[in-house]
Design a protein. Structure first.
Length: 330
């Protein structure tokens, strides 16, 4: 039998329940929903985590669908899903936990005596490091942005090369056109905040190959991207021989090895000239900022670049992100 919190599943069966991580002032429990499909035959345990940021919801719908569809009698190994791992942020329809304003994906491995997000990270990670052989951590672009699905795997200092290599295989097998390779020893500055507290990084440090799947935009269900995420989970399960079938991946994949955000200097109204997935040459126009009277800023490609994400909320202030760029790829 496999058990996580109140969820348990016998061989060949399914289970659902909750992992308690805290309580509110009125003694309402703070819980993470758990879905388990325990295969009749032995095999690896794949852990699928969603909504580590509360507004990033495509992945949790995909995890739910796959878990509901799977037949434990035909499964080798175990699928464990925590589709909503940041329940307080999800309730408030926002990225961060409103009770401590922390980014849950920077809190792992957690602290059992810390702020609530640190405690959530601790209780969740205790289960993951005990049970998981592999992990997919679902994300999306934030709510004001649009993106095509892509994956991210990280090279973590001190981790055995075979763990990083297996994480790369999983990220590519998931089946998106673009995969980002992030060496966290040299990636400082490409993203705000630290990377050391990320779930996939801490899994790697425990010898668990893990990667991030970025599947579209936040704040809404996007059917096309949910379907892509479902297909990706199944691809990984096929690769791990948990289920049968052919892996459905694009014939060509781009490995992006250097990234950065593009920020605007002026405030106003954003007019984008490009869409996610575009490849630009130096000098091509990315976007322009206008006010009610004139054009106040033009943003052009300073080098060749791959467009991973663009802003779709047109109201911008100085320092807002306009796009997420791949600068080097193979």
């Amino acid at each position: 039998m496999v058990k996580v919190g109140t969820a348990s599943a016998e061989k060949g069966g399914k289970g659902k329940g909750f992992l308690k991580v805290g309580e509110l002032s009125v003694h309402s429990e703070i819980v993470i929903p758990v879905l388990i499909v325990n295969g009749r035959e032995s095999g690896p345990t794949l852990w699928v985590n969603g909504a580590v940021h509360g507004d990033e919801i495509n992945g949790f719908m995909a995890a739910r669908r796959v878990a509901m569809e799977l037949d434990g009698q035909k499964l080798k190994g175990t699928l464990i899903c925590t589709p909503i791992s940041n329940p307080l942020a999800t309730q408030w329809r926002q990225k961060l936990n409103p009770y401590d304003y922390l980014d849950l994906d920077q809190q792992f491995p957690g602290d059992p005596q810390g702020l609530i997000s640190q405690r959530v990270a601790y209780h969740l990670f205790q289960e993951i490091k005990e049970k998981a052989n592999y992990l997919i951590n679902f994300h999306t672009a934030a709510t004001p942005y649009a993106a095509l699905p892509y994956t991210v795997y990280k090279v973590v200092p001190g981790v055995k090369p075979e763990i990083s290599q297996e994480a790369e295989k999983l990220a590519r097998v998931f089946g998106t056109y673009a995969t980002c390779k992030v060496d966290i020893s040299s990636a400082k500055g490409e993203l705000p905040g630290g990377l050391g507290g990320a779930l996939d990084v801490n899994c790697a440090l425990q010898g668990i190959p893990a990667f991030m799947a970025e599947v579209g935009s936040g704040g809404k269900f996007e059917e096309e991207n949910i379907i892509a995420a479902e297909r990706g989970i199944k691809n990984v399960m096929k690769y791990l021989k948990m289920i049968t079938g052919e892996i459905e991946a694009p014939g060509k994949q781009t490995i992006i090895t250097k990234r950065r955000f593009l920020y605007c200097d002026r405030g106003g109204f954003l007019v984008m000239n490009v869409k996610p997935g575009a490849v630009l040459s130096q000098g091509q126009k990315i976007a322009r900022i206008i006010d009610l009277f004139s054009e106040v800023e033009t943003l052009e490609a300073k080098e060749n670049m791959f467009i991973l994400m663009v802003r779709c909320n047109p109201i911008v202030h100085t320092g807002d992100r306009v796009a997420f760029l791949g600068l080097e790829w193979e």
